[in-house]
Design a protein around this ligand. Sequence first.
Ligand code: ZN
Length: 668
Amino acid sequence: MTTATGPTAVTGTEAGAAVALADGAPLERGRARLQQALTVRFEAAAAGTARVPAPLVVPLGAADVLGFGLPDPYAALRPRANVQLTARAVLVGPWGGADTGTAACGQCLAMRWQRLRSRSEREALELGHQPHGAADWPLLTDYAVDAVWAAHLAVHTGRSTPPATGAPDRELPQVTRIDLGTLAAATFPLLPEPLCPSCVPPRPDTADAARMDLVATPKPDPDGYRLRPLGAYPLPTAALANPVCGTLGSDTWINPTSTTTAPVAGTNFVRGYAGLNDVTWSGQANSYSTSRTLAYLEGLERYAGTHRRRGTSPVVDSYNNLAADALNPADRGFYADDTYEKDHLVSPFDPDRPIPWVWGHSLRDERPILIPARLAHYSAGVDADNFVFECSNGCATGGSLEEAILFGLLELIERDAFLLAWYGRAHLTEIDLGSCTGDAIRTMLDRAALHGYDVHAFDTRMDLAVPVVTALAVRRDGGLGTLSFSAAAGFDPEGTVDAALSEVLTYIPHLPYQVAEREGELREMAADYRKVLHLKDHAQLYGLPEMARHAREYLEPTAVRPLEETYADWAPRRPRTGDLLDDLRLLRDELAGAGYDVIAVDQTTPEQRRMGLHTVSTLVPGLLPLDFGWTRQRALLMPRLRTALRVAGRRPDDLPESAIKAVPHPFP
Ligand SMILES: [Zn+2]
């Protein structure tokens, strides 16, 4: 007689309680039948030689497992479950996985599975509806039960090995899906779920844990700013995208019709304060494999940025009680009073109202500082803190905290300068692209020309020393898709031009079609800016020929100068020490010198830590924040919009209210 290992079989009491809660549902009837049939086989096998865990079956797909809707009747059993029955398939596992740091449970699997369901399935589960299953499905034939039992035996006796080819995927727990229609079996790796209440009991967020000791960070190349090549990160690509339990989505897809880049993208739904958001992640390089890696990195960055996934519970208190240790949300800007009156999704900030906060680190003051959770994680939010909608502006990923913060700050500087130039009607110097030495820029200009566009680049630096470049593509015949903007900030002037141009090149093949598709809608926006609501509206609005008149400062530049001359004053200031920390210190000192705090919040998830990746949200309260939607433009009210052009030497005086360009920005 051998003894079974692992989870024990479901007890009479547990099953009874579950059945009472899910009475009569076809999935529950199927669960009971599968449990009974597997238990018979298990008992027969246990009398022989097989040493496998007792099968513990729970249904999946008729109850919310993410904690949004009605309570999950199987919540107590699910972490130990090793067989989960859905309407269409049976999931066997998690099984396998390296011994250290990879454990995942049945609840982890269920949460990842539910996130990949369709919008309608998720809304049904997560908005508290009572499910009513179809009549006689799932169909559990004896063949199906045999297939599930065979898989259960195979995966727990070492006869089944992970099919994924990469080591990072093979080390992870695996899940085998048996399709009930075809009995086809397929196995996918599962990353442990950091929000799993069974595996990760939340601990309080603390100041000490947020403290960042930034260290010397030698660079492979003094003029490079990435510590490791893209391919050096051990990404478990099969765990990141698969149809059963993919962390970032079900799949990736390529777009072979793009003639300027080789794009790869993926998508998933993330529940935010305004419902389910379609979060797309993509890479746009010159080869599909590079684009795919970039897409995964962007997907992970969004995954880390949308919600806090670090196993911590936030500090909850009012600003007035926390003021000594907290960022004043007013410094980050609010909307106009009129917006708070008319926009039912937002309410004015109340310093007496308790809201959730997370700890970040001030690089200027070298101390921990509390940040409203909503400003650090842009899909997080509760009714009490709906004073602003934040976006991913300032979030970045790197091979170290220092690298991630550097790129986050560069993004903030880029968007601030872009908005200052636009709203402040700055007269910009055009960069003579013929003076750039690399082939890449010449090639991009040629590719744009094939699409009927001329591309221009402008020096957009304001009062901060680091180069900022705006790129503008202009359709030669003036047709739909007239103007397309993008921007970049960076230490290497030509690299920055390259980055801005690369981005604008990803937009122009599609822009004329996108604008043609929405022409009527966009014309209504042009007549009434309050109809500009979403991210895409801003850029597509400038696809209308009649909007080009608002871009006069770009179309009629004050001068055209060679690149080297444009950034001549930057060359002696640019650190070339080979230590990334020196580059980061320059940015910190520039921003602190201009009067701003420099804050980083570590967003790195446990999944990213395994891969050697770090993600941060950087905040520089006082810089112009990037917002989408015309009635939600904090930038228009920021003191910096009045002063920065003068400080930068671009105007003799503060910008008067009458000179502000009251037209939506075209940032893509
Ligand atoms: Zn778990």
